[in-house]
Design a binder for this molecule. Structure first.
Ligand SMILES: [Cu+2]
Length: 580
């Protein structure tokens, strides 16, 4: 905030804009009001100047903080001159406010340039969340920030700590998001490549390395005065104290591994749900996930230590993101005495799987219903549609319609999207271990309509991509719900695998990964009326069609704010009814 105020010499209005401008107590819970302007800005997240989408002059966007039970009001003005915008509140279930989920073409119309939209929703559950753009590839352009929900006043977390830090992770390309979008949509296909830099709280280093001298690298040693926009934000700790790190990954592509040199991490929260605590040397974190980890500053206090973020799951062509754990009163300029911790090999998927399998719900967490009412198997494949490279689910590559599903389903506008639902299964003879015999698929925008209040199992089945011996990681994120992760398996899912589902203490999450050639089983209850995206959180993959839409209980929704539906067929409907 200080940078912003100094940059713009507008201290007074800065405080008015950036802090909640009004808090009104209602039975302990508060309304928290924010006024945001979203705009393009020149920034140098890694030392090279590029264009980012910022909020109120900040990149990443302002950190939002509230208590469980509070209502958040964000009056958002779109100051991008030529494109729409929406913001998704990742991990917030939007109970009773499905129009505030911030998914263009699904829960609302994109907010036009110059227009305002009011996001009003309740944060019902304490946890580590974040928000990000959900239109085009605006997340890749840097439209994201942290959203932290504390426990209700008087409530306690099931663990103790003395201080905390937000660690929002992202990846950064020097090629702009529009060019990336065009590359991915081109024939012949142009892959965007690996990110140039990993960012920690929006900061990374491209032309130098903090650890160059220690790692004997070819890169030059970074030297900072401290006010450079790409100077790392240090984490300053007092010896012997215990800290909570709230780590969230908003990466467009990279799967990451997080470690602090010489320190163990105790994992206590995942995706806004408490987990049975377990201790690790380092933790994998996929795009769309968040974790809270505790660590104690119990090492030699006259030294500083590395915090290191490395690429997993894809051959890393991006150097690790680094910052420093700075023990007080040791000078921050004193570099750690050994090189940064080395992450497990990028393709050690067994390591990753073993880590994912260590996540169990904390005792007392809601348990899943004993059996599902419906099972949906979703095959993840890379395909061609009319010669274009795409991703498809059960052979359908998602192309979003012009009218948001929430409105078209609520008002029975059957012309707004394909009324034939996509398939619940794929041919059982499909060979997941090799490239498809016929890799062609089709575009589609049909919906999985879930009967209200029923229990749904989703089995995500991974497969070989277009190229032989390639199967990628996909972190799948569900909107509007948490799901239980019932199990992970290798190879093709069979009915027998159900017998091994964990129904005792499966973790509740909103994002879960499928590993190469494997499957992941999820269960959730369709009890939140709305239209909900379920998709791979890798932004290029979603852009290439890797998602589906679930809809449940929409006839129960009484009134959808008109502002959410002013486009497509719902926009015309609104005009016909005299604008009401
Ligand atoms: Cu993916």
């Amino acid at each position: 905030m200080r940078d912003f105020c100094m940059d713009f010499s507008a201290v007074v209005s800065c405080f008015l804009i950036l802090v909640p401008i009004l808090t009104v107590p209602t039975s302990g819970a508060k309304s928290r009001h924010f006024r945001w302007e979203v705009e393009y800005m020149h920034r140098s997240p890694d030392g090279l100047e590029g264009v980012v989408i910022g909020i109120n002059g900040q990149f990443p966007g302002p950190t939002m903080r509230a208590r469980a039970g509070d209502t958040i009001h964000v009056e958002l003005t779109n100051k991008l001159p030529t494109e729409g915008v929406v913001i998704h509140w990742h991990g917030i279930r939007q109970l009773g406010t499905p129009w505030a989920d911030g998914t263009a073409s699904i829960s609302q119309c994109a907010i036009n340039p110059g227009e305002k939209f009011l996001y009003r929703f309740k944060v019902d559950k304490a946890g580590t969340y974040f928000y990000h753009g959900h239109y085009g590839m605006q997340r890749s352009a840097g439209l994201y920030g942290s959203l932290i929900v504390d426990v209700r006043e008087g409530d306690k977390e099931p663990f103790e700590y003395d201080g905390e830090f937000n660690v929002l992770l992202s990846d950064w390309w020097h090629k702009g998001s529009h060019e990336q979008e065009l590359d991915l949509s081109s024939n012949p296909f142009r892959w965007i490549g690996e990110p140039q830099t990993l960012l920690i709280n929006g900061r990374g280093q491209y032309n130098c390395s903090l650890a160059a001298e220690l790692s004997h690298s070819q890169m030059s040693q970074c030297k900072f005065r401290g006010n450079e926009p790409y100077a790392p934000r240090l984490l300053r700790v007092q010896p012997r104290k215990t800290y909570r790190l709230r780590i969230a990954s908003s990466t467009a592509l990279a799967s990451l591994n997080f470690a602090i040199g010489n320190h163990k991490l105790r994992v206590v929260e995942a995706d806004g749900n408490y987990v049975h605590p377990f201790t690790v040397d380092n933790i994998d974190i996929y795009s769309g996930e968040s974790y809270s980890v505790l660590f104690t500053a119990d090492q030699e206090p006259s030294n500083n230590y590395w915090i290191s973020v490395s690429v997993r799951g894809r051959e890393p062509k991006t150097p690790p993101g680094l910052t420093i754990l700075n023990y007080q009163p040791t000078p921050a300029s004193k570099l750690p005495i050994s090189p940064p911790p080395v992450a497990p090999a990028w393709n050690d998927f067994k390591y990753s799987l073993a880590l994912s399998k260590r996540v169990f719900a904390l005792k007392g967490t809601a348990k899943p219903p004993a059996r599902p009412d419906r099972r949906i198997l979703l095959l993840n494949t890379q395909n061609f549609v009319d010669g274009y490279t795409k991703w498809a689910i059960n052979n359908v590559s998602l192309v979003l319609p012009a009218t948001p599903y929430l409105g078209s389903i609520r008002y029975g506008l059957t012309k707004a999207f394909d009324q034939t639902p996509p398939p619940d299964d794929f041919g059982r003879e499909y060979e997941i271990m090799k490239p498809a015999g016929n890799p062609n698929s089709t575009y589609g925008n049909g919906v999985y309509t879930l009967s209200f209040n029923t229990t749904v199992d989703v089995i995500l089945q991974n497969a070989n991509a277009l190229k032989a011996n390639v199967s990628e990681i996909h972190p799948w994120h569900l909107h509007g719900h948490d799901f239980w992760v019932l199990g992970y398996g290798e190879g093709k899912f069979t009915g027998k695998d159900q017998e091994k589902f964990n129904l005792v203490n499966p973790p509740l999450k909103n994002t879960a990964v499928i590993f190469p050639y494997g499957w992941t089983a999820l269960r959730f209850v369709a009890d939140n009326p709305g239209a909900w995206a379920f998709h791979c959180h890798i932004e290029p993959h979603l852009h290439m069609g890797m998602g589906v839409v679930f809809a449940e209980g929409i006839p129960r929704i009484k009134k959808i704010p008109r502002e959410a539906l002013g486009c497509g067929l719902t926009g015309k409907l609104s005009l016909k009814n005299g604008g009401t």
